[in-house]
Design a protein. Sequence first.
Length: 328
Amino acid sequence: MSTVAFTCPRCFFTANVSEELRYCPHCGLPDAMDAALDHEPIEVTVGSQRFEVFDRIEIGAISTIYRCRFQSTGREVEGIFKIARDPRVNELIENEARFLRRLHAAPEAARFTAFLPAIEESFRFGDGSSVRRQANILRMHPEIRSPDELYSLVEIKAQYPDGLDPRDVAWIWRRLLSVIGHVHAHDIVHTQVLPMHVLVEPREHKLVLVDWCCAQSLVEQRAPTIISGGYRAWYNRAGGATEPATRGLDIDFGARCMIDLMGGDPVAETFPLNLDPALQRYFQRCLSPKSPGSTDAFRLLADFDHLIETLWGPRKYRPLELAPKSRK
Ligand SMILES: Nc1ncnc2c1ncn2[C@@H]1O[C@H](COP(=O)(O)OP(=O)(O)OP(=O)(O)O)[C@@H](O)[C@H]1O
Ligand SMILES: [Mg+2]
């Protein structure tokens, strides 16, 4: 049975517990939301807006993610209800809302906000009997109709354990570099460009970079970089790019995601044997320590386009086959 890190929002008891756990083993507090959702959707009202929260997608390290439904500009939309698992991380959920709002407000936002979730609401959730936890309601691009259309790179790797064809990886990398480049142009770094945060829609080749809880501004006072569970070796390998976080960190991690996806070893920095040596050199260049130009996402994108056109000719659409998602 798989286990997850658990911290009780009432008594702060912390342990690895079964994913099935519904009650704090120390104080017995049920996660009121999960328990209620066993029976029917929960209705959450914020101001005059009503959100129907109806099933859990993921228990993350700091938050629990549910599906939700609401009215937006006259039509029903499916989005994400993300709530802190512990009130001590409320600030991180607020941090996500702050950075996403800032990015969506950018003058040229229309060029890149399809790659980012949007904040519909950010608020404290809970009644008087429990400590109030911060929650974000996130909306995806209107053409992504449901969270079911999105697959994380972890999910894709599970379906292609021997590695994805580099021609499929190419469109994912091009979109990832593009969103990273736009975000960096605003002096913001994501700091956790990791496989579970890169979501793609395989049919129309859309991409969304999620989890902005640990984003940082390069020009404001800096919080320490938070190391995401299971990826300590990546932070160690990224060396000087981690503390304080730099643009190079996002690019380094993005490149490790691609190496992993192609069936290489993102920690040992080895590539699948049949990967063209020019592509190997290219991805090697994206990793820390830095070579000139290797922290500039737009330049890396232009270089990549040039390289793949040389290798494979003009770009053309390739469908990526993935099994439909089964709901947990
Ligand atoms: N819009 C979405 N559509 C589908 N899945 C999503 C969406 N947003 C998040 N997820 C899934 O939920 C997971 C957890 O979300 P997020 O990273 O925002 O929270 P977290 O508490 O930091 O979790 P983790 O510790 O797993 O990173 C993501 O890694 C992703 O797989
Ligand atoms: Mg996360």
